[in-house]
Every structure is written in C-alpha cells, then in structure tokens.
Design a protein around this ligand. Structure first.
Ligand code: PMP
Length: 422
C-alpha cells in the first residue's frame, strides 16, 4: 500500500486552509506541477545553513568559505543528478526560463532551432529570428520523431538545436526524447531538454538520453524559489557574451578592458543565491536516493485519480498523443458546461483543493488539445500529483467534481481581478 512506502516527506503536510463555511480543512495541494512543496529534508538543511550564509568567492571569513564550498559542491551534485558528462558545465540560473534565455543568448550565429509548438512558453519563446522552426506536434510519438527529422532536413547549413520537453506540463505525457535525440545526432544537431516537469518525477540521464543540455527549476523539485540550472556542453557558453555583466563574471577589469571568466561564473554575475542553490542540491540528493519509491507512489495515485475522474460525467481529458504513453502524474481536463476558473474557485472555497486553471503558459497546446478532444473553450483545469499527495486528496477531488456536476453551476461566485471567488 501507499502508506508502507518510504517516500521523502514534504513540509506543509499539516497545512489547513479556510473554507467558505468558516471551517478549515487539510489542504489538498494538487498543483505540484506549478511549484512543489518543500521537502522536509530541504527545510531542515536550509534552517541549519541560514545563520551561515555569506557571499561566495569573495570573502576569507569562515562563513564565506562555508558558503563557497557548499555552492561549488552543488555543481557536482547537479551534475550527478542529471548524469552529466565530466566535461559538462553547470550554470546556476533562477529557473528553467532563465536557463533557456541564457542558452538562447549563447547560440552561435545563425543557429537553426527546431521546437514543437506545444512547448511551455519558457521553451518556445526565447528563440528568435528567421532560423526558428516551430513544428506542429503530431498526434503520435512516431510522427513526432519524423517531424523533427523533416524539420532538421530543411535547416540551412550551420549549427542546429532541437528544444524539447521531457514531460508535457499540460498532459504529463512523456515525449520520445531518446528517439528525437538520435534523429538530431544524424543531422549534427544538439538537443536541449526542458526537464522542468520530468526531473521531479523521473531520473533524468543526460548521457543515456544523449542530450546536450538540460534545464530545470528548484521550485518544481521540492526546493524553494529562486534557483535553477542549465547543465550541458561548455563550448557555446564559454564563447558567448556574459548573460549579465557585473562582478563575479570577470577575471580582470582595467580602465578600458574586461577579461571575462571562462567557467560558469561567466554567466553568474552578481551575488548569487547561495541558499537557493544549496536547497536545490539537497532536494536533488534526497530525490536521487528514492526514485523507485517515488515513481511507484505516483503511479498508484495517478491510477486512482484516473479511475475517479472516469466517474465524473462530462469530463474530457486532454492528450497530446492518440495512444496512451508513459506519463508523470499531471493531467488536464475540461468539464462540459463549466468554466474552468469557476470550478477551480469552488474546489478551493468549498473543498480545500488547489488546482490550476487556464492555459498553463502553453497557450498553443492547451487550445489545440481542447479542440482535438472535441470540447469547447480555450482553458482547462490541471491536476498534478507529487510527494505531497495522498489517496484522500485524490478521492476528495473526484467526489468534489461529481458533486459540482450534479449540483450544476448555480452558486453565486463573483469575478474579481479576473478570478472567481465566493
Ligand atoms: N517548462 C515547463 C515544461 C514548465 O512546466 C515550466 C513551469 N511551468 C517551465 C518550463 C518554466 O519554469 P520556471 O517558471 O520555473 O522558469
């Protein structure tokens, strides 16, 4: 059973939230894909580190030495977390969005970029110019591989990059990364993996997948906000202009010249987020010890969720692919006759359940998948499971949705600042 499984504990399991009735209830956070709660191990480690943090690389004081050591040690932890090559560099960023913007600014001149149009905006939008090819995501994994093959065949001579998510933030479905990477290699292209949604749920091996870059965010990996990473080939990053100009990125500055660092510090100007980086490292270490249990825990809950949702009349789940594929515990759906924002407000106010509604920073994907599912509207509801999820949360959601459908949209909720509220 789930209870017998030893999965990493999260902080906040005891949180209670107010209901519209005035009572309170244990919070059912079904929005792990947006930001995951902090691991207890991370909270404890950060608590211990907080009195010690200091500026890195700049001070001879003991606290500075401790901070510098932990900060630099985390590069190795992240390298191990994604099974990077020894020659890969680890640049600390703010999050996945920051990582891809850094990579976009580091591309050699005239690099062609191939990207599916259903990607999260963080992976879709940083690439600019005439050499960006947006490929419409086909409805089978096989066709997706061929589509990248064809797009790469049409690219002009020169450097090429394929950008791809490991797991869809809308549907949780896994993309055929290894197969697409193999195709990319045949065309001499590099591949950048958006692991924002995959890395909290599965072991990501840069070497096994044969990808060149991987980007991820601490706040989706059960650490607090503010730290993420870009891990991968060093050459383009070393040759690029510094992402930010300032202290820490420089080797020598004179009256009329600057010599920039060649290592990851080149792109990390300014006092870095020492605590965030440390927290991210602890989260990665904690997850790495228990992948089997984590995968099993989520599979059991996802199965239970899907059975529960199958009993909700008028519910249509969204999918990228026609055939079922391996997936993480995230899914989106529409409820016939109900506005997603309104349903999300009712779930929160009357059931203490947190879900996401909208188009999930993947507008093209969400709108198209709603249409392809034969449903109406431009927005959907998203449920995402993780280490903070229990069977009770999943059962509460299924019951709540059945009750909402049975009662119909008849309570008075008003819209303020674009959100529904009681
Ligand atoms: N890619 C995917 C697949 C995501 O789900 C997200 C976050 N929703 C991002 C990128 C961007 O992550 P962040 O907001 O942490 O930069």
């Amino acid at each position: 059973t789930l209870a017998a499984q030893d999965i990493p504990a999260v902080a906040g399991a005891e949180l209670r939230v107010p209901l519209v009735t005035g009572e309170s209830i244990g919070y059912a956070n079904l929005d792990h894909a947006a930001s995951a709660p902090c691991l207890s191990a991370v909270r404890d480690a950060v608590d211990e580190f907080l009195p010690w943090y200091a500026s890195v690389h700049r001070g001879a004081g003991f606290a500075s030495q401790v901070s510098t050591k932990l900060y630099e040690r985390t590069r190795g932890i992240l390298r191990e977390f994604v099974d990077a090559r020894a020659t890969d560099t680890v640049v600390f960023t703010r999050n996945t969005t920051d990582s891809f913007n850094l990579l976009a600014r580091s591309l050699p001149k005239n690099t062609s970029v191939v990207v599916f149009d259903t990607e999260h905006h963080a992976a879709l939008l940083p690439w600019r110019g005439p050499n960006v090819r947006r490929v419409q995501t086909p409805r089978t994994r096989l066709a997706a591989v061929s589509a990248v093959d064809s797009a790469l065949a049409e690219c002009p001579e020169g450097p090429r990059l394929v950008v791809l998510t490991g797991a869809s933030n809308v549907t949780g479905e896994l993309l055929p990364v290894k197969e697409i990477a193999a195709v990319a290699r045949r065309h001499g292209a590099r591949i950048a993996l958006d692991a924002a949604q995959l890395s909290p749920h599965r072991k990501v091996s840069l070497r096994e997948l044969d990808v060149d870059y991987v980007a991820f965010s601490g706040h989706k990996l059960y650490a607090p906000f503010g730290a993420g990473a870009l891990v991968g080939r060093a050459d383009w990053l070393r040759a690029a202009q510094p992402y930010l100009a300032g202290g820490g990125a420089t080797k020598i500055v004179t009256g009329d010249a600057v010599v920039w660092n060649n290592g990851p510090e080149r792109h990390e100007a300014g006092s870095p987020n020492t605590v965030g980086v440390y927290a991210l490292g602890v989260a990665c270490q904690t997850l790495s010890k228990q992948w089997d249990e984590i995968v099993e825990h989520e599979a059991v809950l996802l199965d239970r969720l899907r059975k529960g949702l199958a009993a909700v009349p008028g519910l249509t789940e969204l999918s990228l692919f026609d055939a079922p594929v391996d997936r993480v515990g995230t899914l989106s759906f529409v409820l016939d006759g109900f506005e997603p924002g309104w349903v999300a407000a009712v779930l929160s106010a009357e059931y203490g359940i947190g879900v996401r509604d909208g188009a999930f920073c993947a507008h093209i994907a969400t709108k198209r998948l709603i249409g392809e599912a034969g449903a109406a509207g431009q927005q959907a509801l998203r449920v995402s499971l993780g280490l903070g999820t229990t069977e009770e949360h999943v059962d509460r959601l299924a019951l709540a949705l059945r009750q909402i459908v049975a009662r119909g949209a008849r309570w008075t909720y008003t819209r303020a600042d674009g959100r529904w509220a009681p």
